[in-house]
Structures are given as structure tokens and as C-alpha cells.
Design a protein around this ligand. Structure first.
Ligand code: ZN
Ligand code: ZN
Ligand code: FE
Length: 751
């Protein structure tokens, strides 16, 4: 007879972990107990050696879906005369080291009860259990206990309380546990906030949607605006009121079968759609679907998600099987979460509101992922993922990384864990900036983190930089693309220096110009800028980003001066004012950005001249290539200036213009350009490998959301014998830079 004490760390509270241990121990015939302490969950098990070994192996293989075991420490202790296995209730301070689970999709057991007319929670929109439901978004403070969540307003009824107390029940210690008798409720109002009397607000909502109305629907991490996806007029009205004229809208579909009517779904995408995170997956659209044509105009992908709350399942179970579900906000403001705030901010957007009285404490947008090169990759890591930490191999000091400006995400570290926040958004607007500050406070509080250093971007005008400088904690400024490089290194557990191919939109360089098409060699302690595109003037600064033709004109002017070739796409353009601006060098900052090069080439090739959403020109130009590289391919020239290789613009633009003169269409031009970039990038990497002997390459930066470029370059480099590392846990865009900032900051403190 042996007795062992196991100390288990990880996401092991509020996820059904103690009932799981209880059932497992009893199943094997062990006696002992399980209890929470500030060091983690402790289990004492007593039995013979084979029994203990079975327990230790099944502990890992059968752990509950929401739990994550990071470490198990074991020690032998003297046996005792227990007669059974028990759960010892928590003491004070027991949740100190708890990791909080993200919010997760409705589980199958709860879904079955939801549609079972004999169940006491039949059609109850807030059904949940220890394996599913809200977590992070309803937590106000620690420990994770009902009084510290937005469920505090709903005292449990007797039946719910009994479930909550019963270790053998699926709802044992499920903090959001509720039923129609004791829990939150839904109701409908018109756009002015006047309640619409209805015995069944969910059915009423469906009716209104079928009529073509716009509904603001309160969900898990915020409000959505919903319309019937088959109703083009309703979609058009939604676009008009939301001020979003062309950007693709996400869809929520009833189930996988309904999704397959709209898009192609491979096995990984299918598993991701059905996963407990239930993100939006960008899948390839099928032709001639029944959904309105104005959902994703000019885009060959559709963002699809499955219902993830009971309310969503109810809404999609009857007449409707596909809804547009877009974050309820004006353009880039953060998603609405509060009833009054929603009625105030959205009354001009929505015809009706489906509200409920379970408060959302912390907003969390839908996550977005896309498959590339056989891996599912996040483009926005938010609901379902945050605040699950990334676990590093070594411990580091606690630091705060404030991220960038657009797609802001903040990072906080503690020991070997790095907590990345949900998507905060573009800090330019006041609401997002307030949300940014609140999220920093909240994560520090619920994970008890006191940062010793704040890491910010070098850009002096970023609001995150300014915020950092207002604090009395020591600061470290980190170059934007160095953070991209370190981010990709961190998630791949790399320490040794790498070649970083960082292809990006905008990032402040150490020389005060805008960078974004960079080959860096470096690691967490520093970097050298080894290769980059020749910097080009951006007429009108950041404003030019909305007008790719201006960027095209600037690049053309740089190469041809006053002998401008005739470009069909610019036939009716007023080019003189821009040329004057360039000649006088007024408000024309220099950039080596690869994103801007794409804008220029797309515009010159006859693609988008003006854009309606971020990267639209580059996305449409990539699509024009129909996922094929050209057999026609150039190797762009470079010159070495003081040890730095500069890819010259003359060689790119002259090659392009000669093909435009030959009458090549956009399809051919795009195929040629992509293939030339792949060629040139791999050639420049060869030069760096020869020089440095380094064969590890990381790919990062927003441009690598371009599937054709990413997949082709990855394949070419791997064929050439490189070890290539890419993003799978955090976005390749600026949503990933906080991770790199944390790593660089921790490394700085170590020295
Ligand atoms: Zn459940
Ligand atoms: Zn109840
Ligand atoms: Fe970036």
C-alpha cells in the first residue's frame, strides 16, 4: 500500500477538475482526497502501485476538455486509514494560482438538454455546465467564485444549488450555473429601448429577422448586429448604417451541413469550426450559394462560425440557418457590451434589440483563423483563446507589453506564462483606448501580476507608447519588426539567432523612417537590419494608404522622374497635385514597407485604386493570381550599401511597366509579381545564410496573411534546406507583437 501527494498546476479550477479526479480515483478504487491550495490542486491517493500508475496516466489522458495540466509534482507520503475518496472544500486563498479558462462553446450534453422538451432547461438561453459557457467575460475579480462574477445577481434556486454542490453532477461548482427559475432572462426592445411584450422573445427575434430587420443581439463577449444572410436588402441596409460598404461580413450558420452549402471545408477547418473555441474560420466560398452577394463582395473567402451560445442555437434552429453576425460597433470602435451603452450607441444601427441581464464584464470579440500550409493560424486571437496563457520553456520576470496601435493586444507575463489579452482593436478611438487601459488593469488584477518593466513600440505617436510613458515603471522601447521576429521565435521556442523575413504594413524604424519590408538577423537581445526594400516616399503620409494609386504614382515617379509612362489605370486621375507634393517633398515620409509595395503594384496593374478596408488592394490583387505563381518571374536587383542589401525599386517597377506595356492583364501581372517576390526573397535569404551560417528562418508580419506568398515562400525555403518557423499560436499581424515585446523585455531584465 502506497500514498502519494500530487500537486497539479495549470488550468485546473472552474473546469470540472476536482469532480474528474473524484470519479477517476473511485473508478480505480483509490482512497484519499482532492483539495485546492495556492500552489495548485493537490491530490492524495492511496492504493497499490499499479493503481497509482493507472491514476497518473489517466490523469493526463482523460482530463476534462477545458483543463490544461502544465505540471504534476509527486511525493510519497505516509499512508493513512481513509475509507473512501473525498473532495475537500476550498479554503480561503485557495484560488490564488488559478488560471482562468477562456469562454467556450456550448457542450453537446447541454445542447441535448436545450432541445429536450422534458428537461427543466428546455429552450433556456443560458444553459451551461462545468464543460462549457462563459468564464473570462463574466469575471470581475478573483477568486473565480460566483460572488466575483456577473452571476452574483442571480442566487441559485434549490435545484441548481443541489447540482452545484454535488461532485457527481456535471454542474458541480459551475459558477455560471442557472435555470429559468433563478437565472438571467432575455427580452426584446425596439430601437428606442421600449420593451416589446412577447411570451417568447427568441421566436419573436426570429420572426423579425425573417422580415428583414436588423437586430442587435447581446451575446457572450459583446453585441452582434444580425440580419438574415439571404436577404440582400437587409445586408445592404446594415452596411449603410454601419458605414462598412465592402469589408466582408461574418456568418453564423446552423451546423456543419449548412456551412458546407456555402464554403469548402477541409478536415482541419471542420475540426476548428466544431472546437470549443468556435472561432470564425475563413473558408473558400462556393459559387452560387443562396446567401446575398453583398456579404463578401470581391472576396473569394467567407468567414464562417457555428453557434456557440445556447441563444445562438435557438436562433438558428427554426426558420433561419444562416445569419450575418457582425460585431456591433461603428467601424473600428470596440464591440458594445452593456445594455444601456448598446441602446445609446446602436439605436441608429439596429431596428430591435435582443437583450439579457447577465452582464458582460470584459468584452471579447470573435476570434478569426485561417488555414495556410496545412495549419490553422489565428488572424485574431480573442474569444475562446484569451486569457489562456502561452507557456514558455523558461521562467521570466513579470513585464507588461502594450503592443502596437492597430489590432492592439497587450501582454503580461508571470513565471513561465505569458498572458495575451483578447483583441482590443485600433487605439485611435477613445473607446478602444479606454478598453485598453481597463484590460491592462483587469489582467494584472486577476492574475496578480506586478510588472517590473513596460515594453512599448518605438513609434512616438502610438497611444500605447504615450500611455507607457505616463507610468513610473521602467520602460523599454522595442522596434516594431524586432518584436515581430521575437514573437515568431517565442512561439516556436527558439533562442538562437535567426534570419527574420518580416513583411509588414507599417512600423517605426530606428532611423525614424517607416519600415516594413525587412530581413533582420537577430534574437531577443537585438537585431541587425540586413536587407530591405528601397525606401519610397508616401505622398500624404498614412492618408495615402487609403489610395493605392497615389502610392503607385509615387513609385513610378521615383523610377521614371518626369518621363512618366502612360499607365492605363491612371487614365482619369488628377496626378499633378501628387506629383507636385513629391517634387517638393512635402509630407512624404519614406517607407520600405512591403504592404505599400503591394498597394503600388496592385494599383499600377489595374487593381484597386481606392480601398474601403484594410489591405483590400493587396487581397484582391492576390486573388487575381488564382493561387498560381507565374512561370514568368524576375529576380529583383539589389545593391549593397555599407553592408546592407537594398532591393531596388527601379528593377521592380521597370519590370512591371514593361509587362503592362506588353498588355499583360492583372492575372498575369499578379502571378508574375508573386513569383518574383518568392524568387527574390529566397535569393536574399541565401545571401544572408552564406554570410552568417544561420539556416533558421522566421516569417512574420501582416503581409504573410497573403496565402499565395506565404505558402510559396515557405515551400521554396524548405526545399532549399532552411528550417522555417511560422505563426500558429498568435497572429502574424500586429495582434502578435505583444508576445515579442514580452520576450525582448524579459531578456533585457535577465541581463
Ligand atoms: Zn455544458
Ligand atoms: Zn435554478
Ligand atoms: Fe506590424
Amino acid at each position: 500500500m502506497l500514498r502519494r501527494r500530487l500537486t497539479i498546476n495549470g488550468i485546473v479550477q472552474g473546469v470540472g477538475f476536482r469532480p474528474f479526479i473524484y470519479s477517476l480515483a473511485r473508478d480505480i478504487g483509490l482512497v484519499g482526497s482532492v483539495y485546492n491550495t495556492s500552489d495548485g490542486v493537490k491530490v492524495e491517493v492511496q492504493g497499490n502501485l499499479p493503481q497509482l500508475e493507472q491514476f497518473e496516466s489517466r490523469l493526463h489522458s482523460e482530463a476534462p476538455p477545458l483543463s490544461t495540466i502544465i505540471s504534476v509534482e509527486m511525493e510519497d507520503i505516509p499512508t493513512r486509514d481513509d475509507s473512501e475518496f473525498t473532495i475537500v472544500s476550498s479554503h480561503d486563498n485557495a484560488s490564488v494560482s488559478t488560471l482562468i479558462s477562456p469562454d467556450v462553446a456550448l457542450c453537446d450534453d447541454c445542447k441535448a438538454e436545450l432541445f429536450d422538451n422534458k428537461d427543466r432547461r428546455y429552450r433556456y438561453p443560458f444553459i451551461n455546465c462545468t464543460n462549457c459557457g462563459p468564464r473570462y467575460t463574466i469575471i470581475e475579480d478573483i477568486p473565480y467564485d460566483r460572488p466575483f462574477t456577473s452571476m452574483k445577481h442571480f442566487p441559485l434556486c434549490e435545484t441548481c444549488h443541489a447540482e452545484y454542490q454535488n461532485p457527481q453532477d456535471r454542474r458541480f461548482h459551475a459558477q455560471p450555473n442557472a435555470c429559468p427559475a433563478c437565472g438571467p432572462q432575455v427580452w426584446i426592445t425596439d430601437h428606442s429601448g421600449k420593451k416589446i411584450e412577447s411570451t417568447d422573445p427568441v421566436s419573436k427575434t426570429i420572426e423579425l429577422l425573417v422580415e428583414g430587420k436588423i437586430l442587435a443581439i447581446k451575446g457572450l463577449g459583446g453585441f452582434h448586429l444580425a440580419v438574415d444572410a439571404t436577404n440582400a436588402d437587409a445586408v445592404a441596409r446594415l452596411r449603410l448604417t454601419k458605414g462598412r460598404d465592402e469589408k466582408p461580413l461574418a456568418l453564423m450558420v446552423r451546423d456543419i451541413d449548412a456551412a458546407q452549402q456555402l464554403v469548402d471545408i477541409n478536415p482541419d477547418e471542420r475540426a476548428t469550426l466544431l472546437s470549443i473555441q468556435a472561432p470564425i474560420v475563413l473558408c473558400t466560398s462556393k459559387e452560387n450559394t443562396k446567401t446575398a452577394q453583398n456579404i463578401a463582395p470581391g472576396n473569394d473567402r467567407l468567414g464562417i462560425m457555428l453557434p456557440y451560445t445556447p441563444l445562438h442555437h435557438l436562433l438558428l434552429s427554426e426558420k433561419l440557418d444562416t445569419l450575418v453576425m457582425t460585431s456591433a460597433n461603428f467601424s473600428e470602435e470596440p464591440i458594445c457590451i452593456d445594455n444601456d451603452e448598446a441602446l445609446d450607441r446602436l439605436s441608429g444601427l439596429a431596428d430591435y434589440f435582443l437583450l439579457h441581464n447577465r452582464d458582460i464584464y470584459l468584452r471579447s470579440d470573435d476570434s478569426v483563423v485561417m488555414e495556410m500550409s496545412g495549419e490553422i493560424r489565428p488572424l485574431r486571437r480573442s474569444r475562446g483563446f484569451a486569457p489562456r496563457p502561452l507557456f514558455m520553456q523558461k521562467k521570466g520576470q513579470s513585464v507588461l507589453a502594450v503592443g502596437g496601435e492597430l489590432k492592439n493586444v497587450i501582454g503580461l507575463s508571470k513565471d513561465e506564462k505569458i498572458f495575451l489579452s483578447q483583441h482590443i482593436g485600433d487605439l485611435e478611438n477613445l473607446e478602444a483606448f479606454e478598453f485598453f487601459q481597463m484590460t491592462i488593469d483587469h489582467i494584472q488584477q486577476i492574475f496578480e501580476i506586478e510588472p517590473e518593466l513596460i515594453i512599448h513600440d518605438l513609434h512616438p505617436e502610438y497611444l500605447s507608447t504615450k500611455w507607457a510613458k505616463d507610468h513610473s515603471i521602467p520602460l523599454l522601447g522595442v522596434q516594431h519588426h524586432h518584436a515581430h521576429l521575437a514573437s515568431c521565435m517565442a512561439e516556436n521556442n527558439l533562442d538562437e539567432p535567426v534570419i527574420g523575413i518580416i513583411m509588414d504594413g507599417t512600423g517605426y524604424g530606428t532611423d525614424g523612417t517607416i519600415w516594413g519590408g525587412e530581413f533582420l538577423i537577430g534574437d531577443a537581445s537585438g537585431f541587425e537590419r540586413k536587407t530591405h526594400f528601397e525606401p519610397m516616399p508616401l505622398p500624404g503620409g498614412e492618408a495615402a494608404i487609403k489610395s493605392p494609386w497615389r502610392i503607385g504614382l509615387s513609385y513610378l515617379h521615383h523610377v521614371f522622374g518626369n518621363n512618366l509612362p502612360k499607365i492605363p489605370a491612371f487614365k482619369d486621375r488628377e496626378i499633378q497635385p501628387i506629383l507636385k507634393m513629391l517634387e517638393a517633398n512635402i509630407n512624404s515620409p519614406l517607407t520600405s514597407s512591403c504592404g505599400r509595395l503591394f498597394d503600388a503594384v496592385a494599383a499600377l496593374s489595374g487593381g484597386r485604386q481606392e480601398i474601403r478596408y484594410e489591405a483590400q488592394a493587396a487581397i484582391e490583387f492576390m486573388q487575381a493570381a488564382r493561387n498560381e505563381l507565374g512561370t514568368d518571374s524576375s529576380l529583383f536587383e539589389s545593391s549593397n550599401i555599407n553592408g546592407t542589401n537594398i532591393i531596388t525599386m527601379n528593377s521592380i517597377i521597370e519590370n512591371l511597366v514593361s509587362r503592362i506595356r506588353d498588355g499583360k492583364d492583372q492575372v498575369k501581372l499578379s502571378q508574375w509579381f508573386h513569383s518574383s517576390l518568392v524568387n527574390t526573397f529566397s535569393h536574399m535569404t541565401d545571401i544572408l545564410r552564406e554570410e552568417s551560417g544561420i539556416d533558421r528562418v522566421v516569417l512574420s508580419g501582416g503581409v504573410f496573411q497573403n496565402r499565395l506568398l506565404f505558402e510559396s515562400l515557405l515551400e521554396k525555403l524548405e526545399t532549399a534546406g532552411y528550417k522555417v518557423y511560422t505563426h500558429k499560436q498568435v497572429p502574424t499581424n500586429d495582434g502578435g507583437i505583444a508576445l515579442g515585446q514580452v520576450i525582448i523585455g524579459q531578456n533585457y531584465l535577465r541581463k
